[in-house]
Design a binder for this molecule. Structure first.
Ligand code: THU
Length: 133
């Protein structure tokens, strides 16, 4: 388990402030911990053309990858729901699986600070890949 779980959750919770979710009203924030210690945030960004919207996790990964980060330890996700940690959606599990190993930690959290930690291998055990590194 990574050391600064609570810090990562606090950063993800802060990132919720930038969420653009006028349609669902479900504000999500993410904080992605890179292996070099950098933390990259993300939030969900919805759109009037609903399917064009993007989740907080994929925003964080796209930001990180486009800045040259390629190795990751963990991501904290904070959603709207009190006392119920928000897990990543199926699309985000597939997206993240391209860039992380089986021990990557997914910290599902609520704004109240409740959290549960899952490994990638637990949330997405049978990964579709076109090549293996
Ligand atoms: N959402 C995320 O940002 N991450 C998830 O893993 C679950 C869903 C967003 C997408 C949409 O903007 C809102 O939450 C409601 O589905």
């Amino acid at each position: 388990m990574i050391k600064n779980v609570k810090d990562l959750i606090a950063i993800a919770n802060e990132a919720r402030n930038n969420s653009y979710a006028p349609y669902s009203k479900y504000k999500v924030g993410a904080a992605l911990l890179c292996k070099d210690g950098t933390v990259i945030t993300g939030c969900n960004i919805e759109n009037a053309s609903f399917t064009v919207g993007i989740c907080a996790e994929r925003t964080a990964f796209a930001k990180a990858l486009s800045e040259g980060k390629t190795e990751f330890d963990a991501i904290a996700i904070v959603g709207n729901t009190s006392n119920r940690p928000t897990p990543p959606c199926g699309a985000c599990r597939q997206f993240m699986s391209e860039f992380v190993g089986k021990d990557f930690e997914i910290i599902e959290a609520s704004p109240d600070g409740d959290f549960v930690i899952r490994k990638m291998s637990e949330l997405f055990p049978d990964i579709f890949m076109l090549f293996h590194t």
